[in-house]
Design a protein around this ligand. Structure first.
Ligand code: TNX
Length: 527
């Protein structure tokens, strides 16, 4: 049955392509001259060649995809959906009955790309066809983001009876420089709703991010339901910075977020921060506490005062439960244990703790990730170190064989203010104006750290000073768009002046998405 569908589809495709290549009775369209290489694409693709004509996306276009149950059809559906909501244009996917087809977007699995990176893709854009080749559905998904960015705001209504959105013709060969391209959101200091998180994920997907790290627990709140330890959310989930109501995700809601991100080929990395940053957990279950003090709910913004009792067996059976329950609903290979700023934990206790927790993470089938401090412990080479403030620990980790995620606070922290007038944010690490956020190189930032040790880049957004999408977006955008390019595009192809122009080209999308971005005066937004 399946076989015959596949065969039928293949024949249909051959017919379509034949029709497109020799349709003699089709009206010749006089497309205006275009230049693919000057399109406002972010991240900038590796290679582009312009052929200076156009593909007219219109009601006579169909999408056709590989249908081998490999996720390509879903990518086609995603694209059709975005075209429908943005342009109000209904494009059928793998269904050519009842339409007069004149143009085709073909999303195709291939093993013949130059790059074998799973997210590599290739676009051939001609007058009547767009061919998107990719090794995997993830690559096809990145490719359709490029395509979305090439669709202009305005249709041209003079070339044919129906409106056409003109996409510049040419060829794009693209692949990411780093395999890990992440953003982090702290949902612990302030809680963000499922809808708010989804909106952020949507925008990240448009710029080819593939990882979303959720900082789920901290002193001020515990945000994920753990069925075997219900007080974590009954008590620990009810607070946040400033005394607000807090909140938490049920496991069902978390699964929904994971699925939403997965549809966008983004993995969610859950973080349970420990042994410090644990006031909310210890306040919910005082047996976990290791700082010897009577606990109260915490709604301030200090760090470094809380700790689990790293010498107590109960703490590890608790963590066994927590990691098991989260691992069961989290398909990402990674589990983040935090490990930062444990100033209330004795160094020997800290090391003992990290080594024991690494075993628990591995027992539940995950790779441990931790902030750079974890390099003090003896950990296995497969674990990942996230650099934020201590180059010596990043180097130590690399020498141990660990991969590094680059998140230097002075350059990549989205919660740093743009300048002294910024409405939200902190500045303990630096002020990070939009150009400084862009003008650095994750590959050479830490002296002595080689590219081979770097897994990728992540931009963390801590939420002490923000509590809703409007404030989140003020800090995240436009800087997160620049980090997308730092993670995808190699240094030789990056240039601030060229980037600035392409950034202006994002305004239409941001307005369409209702994104509250910071209109830095470093960029001429009017153009
Ligand atoms: C440092 S960076 C922290 C967070 C704060 C952040 C504020 C890191 C691993 N820890 O606990 O929220 O600074 O910028």
């Amino acid at each position: 049955m399946r076989k015959s569908i596949v065969l039928k589809s293949a024949m249909l495709l051959v017919g379509l392509v034949f029709f497109l290549s020799c349709g003699t009775d089709k009206k010749k369209i006089d497309y205006p001259k275009t230049d693919l290489t000057t399109s406002a694409l972010i991240p900038k693709p590796l290679k582009m060649i312009a052929t200076n004509s156009a593909f007219g996306l219109d009601s006579k276009t169909v999408i056709y995809t590989d249908q081998k149950n490999n996720g390509f059809q879903e990518v086609g559906d995603f694209l059709a959906n975005k075209i429908k909501t943005r342009l109000n244009l209904e494009i059928p996917v793998n269904n050519t009955v009842d339409v007069s087809v004149e143009r085709i977007i073909y999303i195709h699995q291939t093993d013949t790309l130059e790059s074998d990176a799973p997210e590599a893709y290739q676009l051939y854009i001609k007058n009547d066809s767009i061919l998107l080749n990719a090794n995997t559905a993830a690559g096809a998904f990145r490719g359709i983001q490029t395509l979305r960015q090439l669709i202009p705001e305005q249709s041209n209504d003079t070339l044919s009876e129906q409106p056409m959105w003109l996409i510049p013709t040419g060829k794009i060969d693209d692949a990411p420089n780093f395999e890990y391209r992440g953003a982090m959101l702290d949902v612990a200091r302030h809680f963000f709703t499922v809808e708010e998180v989804k909106k952020y994920i949507d925008i990240l997907a448009y710029y080819k991010y593939n990882a979303f790290h959720m900082h789920l627990t901290d002193d001020q709140g515990w945000r994920i339901e753990i069925k075997s330890w219900p007080k974590l959310t009954e008590i620990g989930g009810q607070t946040e910075v400033g005394g607000g109501a807090g909140g938490f995700y049920t496991q069902e809601e978390f699964k929904d977020l994971v699925a939403y991100a997965a549809q966008r080929h983004i993995q969610i990395i859950p973080e349970v921060d420990m042994p410090g940053h644990t006031n909310a957990a210890s306040f919910s279950y005082p047996i976990l506490n290791g700082n010897g003090k009577t606990l109260e709910a915490y709604t301030g913004t200090h760090v470094g005062f809380s700790t689990f009792d790293s010498r107590k067996d109960t703490v590890y059976s608790f963590l066994d439960d927590v990691i098991r329950e989260i691992a069961a609903i989290s398909p990402s290979p990674y589990f983040h244990i935090g490990g930062d700023e444990s100033h209330a934990t004795k160094k020997s206790d800290y090391i003992h703790f990290v080594e024991k927790v690494e075993k628990l993470v591995q027992k539940h089938g995950k790779i441990m990730v931790g902030w750079n401090e974890i390099a003090q412990a003896k950990i296995s080479p497969s674990s990942v170190n996230q650099y934020w403030n201590e180059p010596h620990n990043a180097i130590k980790a690399a020498e141990n064989g660990n991969k590094i995620i680059m998140s230097p606070a002075k350059k990549a922290y989205l919660d740093m203010q743009y300048d002294s007038l910024s409405k939200h944010g902190l500045h303990w690490a630096a002020y990070i104006p939009v150009d400084d956020a862009y003008n650095w190189d994750p590959e050479s930032y830490v002296e002595g750290l080689s590219k081979a040790s770097i897994l990728g880049l992540e931009a963390p957004l801590w939420s002490e000073t923000i509590s809703n999408s409007f404030e989140l977006e003020y800090l995240a955008f436009p800087r997160a768009i620049g980090y997308a390019e730092l993670a995808w595009t190699p240094a030789e192809l990056r240039d601030w002046n060229d980037y600035k122009k392409r950034l202006v080209g994002q305004v239409a999308y941001m307005n369409y998405m209702d994104v509250n971005f910071y209109r830095t005066t470093l960029v001429n937004w009017e153009k």
